[in-house]
Design a protein around this ligand. Structure first.
Ligand code: UT7
Length: 372
């Protein structure tokens, strides 16, 4: 039987850090509110494109696996941040990497895009379609954030990370995936202003309105991530106390604590990044995984549970068995260009091109042809 081992990993975090104090210079919010309700203190704001973040993360993961770009069979770009719809973003990463042999596909299930991508690429390797794959989780939410809305602007950040999967005869990599979608509640998380449904509505860059029912999403996230975790552990025959590490989606510290409690796993076994990076949507889980490896928190043979939740409302929980190697085989030389501005300056630059009066996007109706 063929499995799909995780043999490479790498992240790319933009250096500019936006603090809660920065946010309170233009929003009616406080450090106390943000920390007590979410656990977040800082998040990153990118000065480069999402494709560039993804390319650096992927280059690091490929070097970590001891491969060269032209060894890669498949690139999966997991994200809801795309510079363009056509051509797709994965093709931009393929070109920038020089991964000329690779098939290239985008996958968008919002915050769960990396987990869905990991599951899909694993299936493609296990069925012999490809021998290896780079799976990326990347977001550049700062460019389409509604920076006038304190209910969402404090929650999100930018970032990227990637893993390399390779065919293996040993039982390792993703052992099981529980995937699903609470579509009846899809209207609770919607970014109005992006997509062809808005093409004739006069929207300019960054002019979005976020429909975001935080308390409803919170409850759905806890229930779905808990149920998916229970299901994947049962399907794999792994008891909760045999889980060595949880690498969860990080939308809110209180959600993570609740999911861990429901799963019967102590918080000491949970890898947390939410305080430093906020919610990076699809980038959250892979960045936390890379940081867990860097911190020596992944041992060979470890059982790693990865629950996630996001727009759609999609949910997932994957169980990964780590292989033998927890250290990189090589290092990439590719780096981001230096960032000449502070995070607050970058955000204020985006705010300056958003409509300052009455929000032109405020009148945007959700496209009727996609339901509720
Ligand atoms: O990755 C995608 C999945 N996303 C999630 O899973 C997010 C899930 N939801 C949440 O994490 C939480 O619901 C939030 C952190 C978004 C909000 O926390 P909450 O405890 O549910 O607060 P709330 O939305 O019920 O708002 C409570 C109050 C409101 O004021 P009133 O009506 O009580 O006067 C808000 O207007 O807090 C106010 N508020 C703020 N105050 C200061 C909302 N945002 C802020 C803010 N600063 N940034």
């Amino acid at each position: 039987m063929t499995w799909a081992a995780i043999t490479g990993w790498g992240k790319c975090m933009p250096p500019a850090t936006l603090t809660n104090a920065d946010l309170s210079t233009f929003l009616d919010t406080t450090d106390e509110w943000i920390v007590s309700r979410t656990g977040m203190r800082e998040r990153r704001i990118s000065h480069v494109s999402a494709t560039e973040l993804a390319t650096v993360a992927a280059a690091r993961a490929i070097a970590c696996a001891g491969l060269a770009p032209d060894d890669v069979d498949l690139i999966v770009y997991g994200s809801c941040s795309n510079e363009e719809a056509v051509p797709n973003s994965a093709s931009g990463v393929q070109l920038a990497l020089g991964a000329t042999r690779a098939a290239a596909m985008d996958l968008n299930t919002a915050c769960t895009s990396f987990l869905y991508g990991l599951s899909a690429a694993t299936a493609m390797i296990r069925t012999g379609v490809v021998k290896n794959a780079v799976v990326i989780g990347v977001e550049l939410i700062s460019r389409y954030m509604d920076w006038s809305n304190r209910s969402v602007a404090v929650l999100f950040g930018d970032g990227a990370a990637a893993v390399v999967l390779q065919a293996s005869s040993r039982e390792e990599g993703v052992l099981g995936s529980a995937l699903g979608c609470d579509a009846d509640a899809r209207a609770t998380l919607r970014v109005r202003g992006i997509g062809c449904g808005y093409a004739n509505q006069g929207v300019t860059l960054g002019d979005t309105i976020w429909d975001f029912d935080g308390p409803a999403i919170f409850k759905r996230a806890v229930n779905a991530m808990s149920a998916a975790s229970t299901r994947v552990l049962a399907e794999c025959g792994v008891a909760a106390d045999a889980v060595d590490l949880v690498v969860p989606h990080q939308a809110n510290l209180r959600i993570i604590e609740s999911v861990a409690r429901h799963a019967g796993i102590p918080m000491e076994k949970v890898m947390l990044t939410v305080e430093r990076y906020g919610n990076m949507s699809a980038a959250t889980v892979p960045v936390a995984l890379v940081e867990a490896l860097d911190a020596g928190r992944v041992r060979s043979g470890a059982n790693i549970l990865m629950p996630g939740f996001g727009g759609g409302l999609t949910w997932a929980a994957l169980l990964v068995r780590w292989g033998g190697r927890v250290t990189p085989l090589g290092e990439a030389t590719r780096e981001l260009a230096p960032c000449p501005e502070s995070a607050l300056e970058l955000v204020n630059g985006i705010r300056a091109i958003q409509d300052p009066h009455g929000r032109s996007a405020a009148g945007l109706a959700a496209p009727v042809f996609i339901g509720k």
